[in-house]
Design a protein around this ligand. Sequence first.
Ligand SMILES: [Zn+2]
Length: 198
Amino acid sequence: MSDDDPIGAAVRLLARLPGVGEKSARRMAYSLLASGPSFAKALGEAVATLPERVRTCSICGTYTGRETCAICSDTQRTEEILCVVARPWDVDALERAGTFRGRYHVLHTLLDPLSGVGPEQFPLDPLMRRVSEGRTREVIVATPPTVEGEATALFLAESLRPLGISLTRIASGVPHGGDLEYVDPITLGRALEGRRGL
Ligand SMILES: [Zn+2]
């Protein structure tokens, strides 16, 4: 960090966060200074240790601080319905909708041959294993309604069909090209309720 302009250095780093412009970054830096050293230290430590404290759940792949996440550890949730999502924050978005009581499977990627993720590179095996060895009766594909999300949904439908389980796709109401995290919980809850066969 630069010695002669510590505020400028902090502003440049803060402004790299999504949704934070230079102006907001500057306000954050001054607010940190005004809040006193203990808050700045706590924030710094929370941020610095984040990569080492967060791991992926050994069952579903979402982010957690433990070996298995709270959702996978919850015996009240049914193992018969598995909701497949692209990213860990999609799990948060669907949980905020509050209507789903099944389990999740996080892909961490979408089928996107132009970016080097073709059927060969796609992490299909963990999902296939989980569905064929577990008690899953229905898989809900909740990948986003983008070109890659739809291609992934079709690919998953083709791959999972031989397993003889029910395959559904999250309903419309989620705008095309949109990300699940920006959809309000009520709409997302309805999209989940109104899912249709794949
Ligand atoms: Zn989990």
